[in-house]
Design a protein around this ligand. Sequence first.
Ligand code: ZN
Length: 292
Amino acid sequence: LFLVAGAVVPELPEVETVRRGLAPAMVGCLVERAVLHRKDYCVRSAGGPCRPRDLLEGAVVRAVERHGKQLAFIAEDGRVLVAHLGMSGQLRALAPGVEPPRSTHVHAVWMLDGGGRVIFRDPRRFGGLWVLKGEAELRERWSRLGPDGLEITGEQLRERAGQSLRAIKAVLLDQSVVAGVGNIYADEALFLSRIHPLRAARSLRAEEYDSLAAAIRRTLLAAIAAKGSTLRDYRDASGEPGDAQAGHAVYGRAGEPCYGCHGKLKGMRVAQRATVWCPRCQPRTRRRARGS
Ligand SMILES: [Zn+2]
């Protein structure tokens, strides 16, 4: 993936917010027609060109699931379509009677019985659709990712990261360790658990992994509650920008005062990503507990 300066990709809370908007509009509905405007936006794992039936045309949607940052549409007959939002993807449910925007950036449209539609818009085209052979392939693919960020435990984190010499921030961004945590929530969780982003994963104690996992779950849940962060290209399934951005404690706040100690937050790059932390609240070497 090539990173564009200043770009922010949808993370787990944004994708979960989209899922929660799409599921009630799609589950139980028959896909009467599916149209793919850009052939190269959809890939079949079995090879060959994508046909309307690959986009679930003629199927009833049984579930809209998410793991990490990936969404899957699962049909009652076993067909499975995976969607990635990439950097600027928007999946939106339109109520009956609402015309889809006339835009060259709308790459796929699903027309549902009852008159609703779902559109996939993605100006920068880092996202896409993947047609799988069935649910077994979906489970196999998702099992290669780490546990979902909303459910990660300290023990799971330690098991997957505990021997690594890499910086803990870089490890949190690794989707095979924990799925769905990106730059924003990695910084927020490290701040909440008072862990310096450059500490080697191996140097963290079990209690620190517990506190980090709890902080990951908490920051993700809080962001979902705020309907996802308002980012440049992000919209939830109804097209509304979210309002989580105001709630970030460190992300995007380098040079500003820390909410914990009022000292100045610092910025640096870790794993090529802008990283913000508080030198006082997140010391590089942990202080010895006093009086014990
Ligand atoms: Zn501080």
